[in-house]
Design a protein. Structure first.
Length: 46
């Protein structure tokens, strides 16, 4: 049960990171790179 939960958590973290990257990429396109980078740093060190 715990092993399953760990796998699920890893997968969820990967999906969350992908969403985060997309958000940062769009911010970069809109010329808000610094805001996007700060947000990403906050998520990585959460």
């Amino acid at each position: 049960m715990l092993c399953q939960f760990k796998k699920f958590r890893q997968r969820f973290h990967l999906i969350y990171y992908l969403i985060e990257w997309i958000i940062v990429f769009h911010m970069d396109v809109l010329g808000m790179q610094t805001v996007g980078e700060d947000h990403l740093v906050n998520v990585v060190f959460l």
